[in-house]
Design a protein around this ligand. Structure first.
Ligand code: NAG
Ligand code: NAG
Ligand code: NAG
Length: 392
């Protein structure tokens, strides 16, 4: 508890402070998506594309059989890197080796997609006015369109993780024509309902509105940007020379995600810190916070006056999950303290086309093991490959 609040205060305080520090980690901590993929034997391509609202986004591709495209969607505050950060035992590399055509998109506002046709992310607050809604409705739609246009295919598979799954539920419910473009959505650690999260995630969600008001008051619209002062301070704090493995992982991040020390070894932790966090908007995290507090999967709540203008209603409308008709496989874990079995059960009841439901066998499997776990290639990949093959 004590440690948790210390970390919380440090992170909030860091948003106000400004300092720069140097990183000194192994090679994999420094390589970017392309560098990592190349190191582990994969050729890559890059696509810059523009979504309807003028955001310039980047997608990475590891080309394979173009009749089997797979789109990867990362989680909150993250980037494409998480799907290659385990090198030879990471999901994007494994699927590329199996000759899938791998496409990995990047959310607006994250480090590879921090650009806009007319807005300056460093100067214009308007740039940061987006949430999971805009990411799903505009950017994921544009990502799917790009993959289908380049490959000439009519349909693709999607592997989404954490908030990446949220953006797919947004898209499927608000633009139902996209359901027909998806062969299968594999939802790793699904995030839709968020009112049964476990301690300390639940505690963080309770403090959330206060933090949000504070951040808004000091004019912070971008959170945990890859090159921000905050991230530099977090990196310094989490450095091995400061015993960062214990402070930041065992007594830090694990309090939120569920604890599973055997899956993230001390030598690997600095590699994670070289890639995460990758930045997002305050509004994006606030949207998840609102969903948690309202116990409903709703659109962003701007407050009654703006809601009236945007939605013609004082309260934000609920997303209609019955319109998400694509085939979905849900992957859950008992020790995932963010995406809990209880919340996913609510989601599962409302989704009309759940074709598979997998509970991770390792009792300690947590929220981040899907992307960062040391043995995930042995425990989860075989299940995932089987489902993907079945629908491809
Ligand atoms: C990745 O790193 C290489 C080598 O430093 C650099 O040339 C390239 O521009 C980087 N790519 C991206 C997308 O950041
Ligand atoms: C990754 O795996 C491939 C194929 O097994 C192997 O040839 C290569 O040496 C490995 N690369 C690294 C950096 O471990
Ligand atoms: C995660 O939730 C479980 C069940 O409520 C709890 O026992 C555990 O302490 C939580 N994990 C952490 C690291 O807080």
């Amino acid at each position: 508890m004590n440690q948790f609040f210390k970390l919380l205060i440090l992170i909030s305080a860091s948003e106000v402070l400004a300092q720069s520090t140097s990183r000194d980690y192994s090679e994999d901590a420094k390589l970017n998506f392309t560098g990592l993929a190349n190191k582990y034997g994969q050729k890559t391509e890059e696509y810059d594309f523009i979504s309807q609202e003028g955001y310039i986004l980047k997608m990475f591709r590891i080309p394979g059989d173009p009749t089997r495209p797979v789109l990867f969607i990362h989680g909150a505050v993250d980037s494409a890197d998480s799907f290659v950060v385990r090198g030879n035992t990471s999901l994007a590399v494994a699927l590329a080796r199996d000759n899938y055509d791998v496409w990995v998109t990047n959310f607006r506002g994250s480090k590879y997609s921090r650009r806009h046709a007319s807005l300056d992310p460093d100067a214009d607050r308007a740039y940061w006015q987006f949430s999971a809604h805009e990411i799903g409705f505009y950017d994921i739609a544009a990502s799917i369109d790009l993959v289908l246009r380049i490959t000439g295919e009519k349909r693709l598979s999607v592997i989404a993780y954490s908030e990446g799954t949220t953006t797919m539920y947004v898209l499927g419910s608000t633009r139902p024509e996209y359901n027909d473009k998806v062969k299968i959505l594999i939802s790793l650690s699904p995030i839709c309902y968020l009112h049964n999260t476990k301690p300390f995630m639940s505690a963080l969600l309770k403090t959330g509105p206060v933090l949000n008001t504070l951040l808004q008051a000091i004019g912070t619209e971008e959170l945990l940007g890859a090159n921000s002062a905050t991230t530099a301070i977090v990196n310094e704090l989490c450095n091995p020379k400061n015993n960062g493995y214990v402070t930041c992982l065992l007594n830090g991040l694990f309090l939120l995600t569920g604890s599973n020390a055997k899956e993230i070894e001390p030598e690997f932790f600095p590699v994670i810190l070289g890639h995460f966090p990758a930045g997002t908007s305050r509004m994006n995290l606030n949207h998840l916070l609102q969903i948690s507090h309202k116990k409903k999967f709703v659109r962003y709540d701007y407050g009654p006056i703006r809601n009236m203008a945007v939605y013609n209603s004082l309260v934000p409308p609920e997303y209609d999950l019955s319109r998400v008709t694509m085939k979905i496989a849900l992957f859950v874990a008992k020790n995932d303290n963010i995406s809990t079995l209880k919340d996913v059960a609510l989601l599962r009841k409302r989704l009309p086309n759940v074709v598979d439901y997998k509970v991770m066998i390792d009792e300690e499997f947590n929220h981040v093991d899907y992307i960062w776990g040391r043995n995930t290639h042995k425990t989860m990949f075989p299940m995932l490959f089987k489902i993907l093959n079945k629908y491809n």
